[in-house]
Design a protein around this ligand. Structure first.
Ligand code: ADP
Length: 260
């Protein structure tokens, strides 16, 4: 293990399962809401297994060429340039595709031969087929709540991954994370967790995205830097979550009730 350990507080046996998957060349899907620790987990695991990490944030314009590579036109001809996936395959790195469902279906299909016993990446444009170097592992993240409304991963893709379920950490653990990552004292961290739970309950009243651990940490950081507590919560928690006047009002009331 090299470099500094990325701080990650486990919630269950996800570290052990991931280690086994890494050892046995199995691809992994991290399932859970945004801001609940999936990226931090994969950073931590890459450090733990001693592999470099190549991260790609997927979006609906992401093409297979963006992942695999393309010919660049130069003054003296054309030159092939590996994309991030190809780099990871050659180097034996962990390739993390964040929010993979956002990517176009033809992009996702490129991943298939890397997720089974073949462990190969055919590059149509060069005619080359690369065998994945030892240590290469594919990890994708997936937000089921969000995706259900919009898009979904095909069953033929889903079944190629071992899935680890993530959620916001239990209260006591979330408070520890906020203390450490948000430089908060114990009482402030606990109050933010309790506010987070109250705000998350507003989902029943139409709040589309609930406050994540990440947002609670942002509020803690503003507080630690001297911004008055309620203002920090309005700016870091309330305003990013909604523009709807009645929801914003309800959230502000919850902030005021938590930090009287
Ligand atoms: P996701 O990838 O699920 O959207 P992140 O991994 O970016 O979420 O998590 C957001 C932030 O929350 C991280 O940068 C980290 O500060 C914190 N965090 C969440 N869960 C944990 C955890 N279990 N251990 C340590 N930090 C965590």
């Amino acid at each position: 293990m090299t470099g500094t350990e990325p701080y990650y507080l486990p919630s269950g046996d996800e570290i052990g399962i991931f280690e086994q998957c890494h050892r046995r060349n199995m691809a992994v899907m991290l399932k859970g809401p945004t801001g609940c620790g999936k990226t931090r987990f994969v950073e931590h695991m890459a450090w733990r297994v001693g592999r470099s990490l190549v991260t790609v944030s997927c979006h609906d314009d992401l093409s297979a060429s963006d992942l695999v590579g393309r010919f660049l036109i130069r003054h003296d001809g054309t030159q092939w340039q590996d994309g991030p996936l190809t780099r990871a395959v050659r180097e034996g790195a962990i390739c993390y595709l964040d929010e993979v469902v956002e990517a176009r279906q033809d992009t996702v299909v490129v991943l298939h031969p890397l997720t089974d016993y073949r462990r190969i990446l055919p590059i149509d444009k060069t005619g080359e087929t690369i065998e994945a170097a030892p240590g290469f592992q594919l990890v994708i993240s997936y937000n089921p709540g969000y995706q259900r409304m919009l898009k979904d991963l095909k069953p033929s893709t889903r079944q190629r991954f071992v899935s680890l379920d993530f959620d916001f950490p239990p209260a006591e653990r979330e408070a520890r994370i906020i203390q450490k990552e948000g430089e908060a004292d114990h009482a402030t961290a606990q109050a933010l967790v309790s506010l987070g739970h109250r705000l998350r309950a507003l989902q029943d009243r139409g709040l589309a995205e609930v406050p994540s651990t990440r947002l609670l940490i942002s509020a803690a950081r503003l507080i630690a830097s001297g911004i008055p507590v309620r203002q920090a919560c309005y700016s870091a928690l309330v305003s990013p979550l909604s523009d709807d006047a009645s929801l914003v009002g309800a959230m502000r009331d919850l902030v005021d009730a938590t930090f009287v």
